[in-house]
Ligand binder design. Sequence first.
Ligand SMILES: O=C(O)CCC(=O)C(=O)O
Ligand SMILES: [Fe+2]
Length: 345
Amino acid sequence: MVVLSKGELEQIALPAVQRAAPPLAAVTEVDLSTATAAGGGAGRAAAARAVARACEEHGFFKVTGHGVPAPLLARVEAAAAAFFALQQQDKEKAGGPFGYASKRIGCNGDLGFVEYLLLGVNAAGAAAPSAEASPCCLREVLDEYIAAVRRMTCTVLELMAEGLGLDDAGVFARLVLDGDSDSMLRVNHYPPRPEPEEVPKHGGHSRRLTGFGEHTDPQIISVLRSNAVSGLEISLRDGTWVAVPPDASSFFVNVGDALQVLTNGRFRSVRHRVMVSSARPRVSVIFFGGPPPRERLAPLPGLVDREGGRRRYREFTWREYKTSAYRTKLADNRLGYFETAAASS
Ligand SMILES: O=C(O)CCC(=O)C(=O)O
Ligand SMILES: [Fe+2]
């Protein structure tokens, strides 16, 4: 454990420093421009296959050719940096069940070296945490960003369905496009790693703080964009942690728990974390595409049939899942409670 001494919020014991993870050797890259080009049937089919393979293997891949304009990405990054540079008391005005928070992730004692804005996303864009506290230019640029990223997310979700060979290519995207979709936007700011004298060196390993502890994302899909500062790591099937080289011009996609359920476990909800070891701040923005609270989630019948009727998860509503997940710690396997006996056999 590391106890930082500056400021009240820094008086928190952060999870211990660990050995640096090797870089992820080959991350699947999917160029969306080939998948959406007019008359690009073969390109689209190849992209859909690559997406499905990556979702099965890692639950993670990178998207290029996404069509979200670079100047919009730059404006989001600048507006986020301006928000996090505000005085602490001004940032805290955006607090509440949603809004600004620092160090505390969820409500069950998880801590990270991070501050963030967590916003509900409605059909029109980001729901303000509290009107006067959310700087209006941040709200506006985030709404524009959400519209662009939601469109791109739906293209990716269609490719996933096509890659699985499902007849209904809109089966996942419809959940995120629904007017009641429970989608969220998180803007994370990881401050630069504290000076060496503030962080004891453990056993000769590099100094790393847990920015965001290991977890899977609960929703259907997470679409992440960060600045060029490293920190994101994913866990491979064998449990090895690997570092994802940052790429500020691309997006990274995570399969979430809900998609693991819908695909009867064929797509893998990827375990990931952020370790802070850079002298520069990391800023990341994640769109979490979720279903409406009333939505009944269960493995899609077509995919259950392909496994000889073996259904790995029971049916539940997204509201039920969130209620159950709310009681868990960040690192817990939240899907365990919804598994059927067939899941472990
Ligand atoms: O900030 C990041 O790069 C990833 C954070 C994350 O995994 C999350 O907010 O769910
Ligand atoms: Fe995450």
